[in-house]
Ligand binder design. Sequence first.
Ligand code: ATP
Ligand code: MG
Length: 324
Amino acid sequence: MKKRVFAGIRATGRLHLGNYLGAVKGMLQLQDNPQYEALYMVADVHTITTPYNVQGLRINRREAIVDYLAAGLDPKKSILFLQAQVPEHAELAFYFGSVTTIARMQHLPTFKDKVKQYPHDVTMALLNYPLLMAADILLYKAGLVPVGIDQEPHLEVAREIARKMNQEYGMNFPEPVRFATKGSYIPSLNGEGKMSKTVEGSFINLTDSVDVIRKKVRSVPTATTSGGEMNPGVKTLFAFADLFIPNELNKYKKEYENGTLQFVTLKDAIADAIYKDLQPFQEKRNEIIKNQEYIDQVIKEGAEKARSIASQTVMEVKEKMGLS
Ligand code: ATP
Ligand code: MG
């Protein structure tokens, strides 16, 4: 049997550079490796763990599938699906709750970050986020997970749950590990934390025009003087330079060190390189949205394929836990 790969992206907005470099690039690489069977999900159920807008979610979950297709994920090679269409995710997450303590969930750095972001919306759904993610992965007994470094604490939880389920109930869950890419951590444009869909002013979307990208990169806070210790904004710029204009990185670094760097020149060079990288994605996306029936068909077939695997795992878990 082929080894399984699983990854998901929340339907909280359009995909950004962090999602692309930290997750989608790895997803593409594994999809093209014949050793693996890949399942790539739009995590629409995960979206309701933080405040959201109903109509926005309806649109975003479909748009996320379009983004997947435009990025090169191929329904002939991978199973592309919407989480809400496979109810086994929520079901298995509930069962996993019986082998997980509340304290373990409360101490996760990812939970603490979201509590800071939404202090008035600390719901049970948010606390249960890691259980749902463990269910996402283990439903398909996936061993490899192409996600950004911010998800590592959740993967650790998934491994613990796999071990507990194996020990206590005789399941055969693999302990999933992260598949890393070079862009595992893309910093926010505002110089604080990571680029995130739900943090305004932090991201560059894959669909942004060259003008918008220029404006956004120019907004990265940089001091007027250069040389010496880099401030967070300058560090962010150099992280982008390393990813998008690696051949010019040393030149700009030298200029920074000897105090001759014009930040606007560096910013525009980065912005233009980012846009050039995104152009094929944008062109393909414009083609795909002309064929809405194709998108419907991809979503329908993906759900059927995912469910046929997921239902078997849930049946097995219920049997071993004394629920059937
Ligand atoms: P949200 O603000 O809704 O949590 P997000 O931008 O964090 O959105 P997710 O949907 O949570 O995106 O994550 C989707 C994938 O993208 C995950 O694999 C995650 O690790 C990866 N990812 C998210 N942000 C970054 C980033 N800044 N750098 C690298 N990878 C990232
Ligand atoms: Mg996130």
